[in-house]
Design a protein around this ligand. Sequence first.
Ligand code: C2G
Length: 150
Amino acid sequence: MKVITYGTFDLFHIGHLRLLQRLSEMGELTVAVSTDEFNAGKGKKTIIPFEHRIEIVRSIRYVHRAIPEESWEQKIDDVKKYGIDRFVIGEDWAGKFDFLKPYCEVVYLPRTEGISTTELKRSLGVFGSIDKAEVVKALEVLEALKNSLK
Ligand code: C2G
């Protein structure tokens, strides 16, 4: 069984790993990683550049091969080129790739709950939003408190 999936895999996390692990149990796994240019088209700004995202995915033991995803239209060609039997992607895309059904099986899988790149970016953003002056003020208060306890 030859399987393919597509994704950005930005800020690689356990939700991505669980998916690739599960797909590798089905058979030989090809992963197409969205280029930065393709993501711009999706309106997605990535934190990690494409060259790093594809190297990370390529290094995962569950992945047989990693290729660039440069367009929406390449999927049919990829399925033919790599002799793919099954296209799989998270159910957030349910129905969007049914046009592949004449060429291979199409499966939409439940996502891993509680983790997403969007959430990670939001958490990281919290640190970026702390005002420096607030930190300095808090340190001054702590210093004064420490001195008062001497
Ligand atoms: N995923 C998951 N569980 C999560 C987060 C993501 O199973 N908690 C899955 C998604 O459903 C997707 C894959 O991991 O199948 C990659 O997710 P993204 O990097 O967000 O992929 P996306 O940007 O949606 O790109 O042509 C298809 C697109 O390139 C998909």
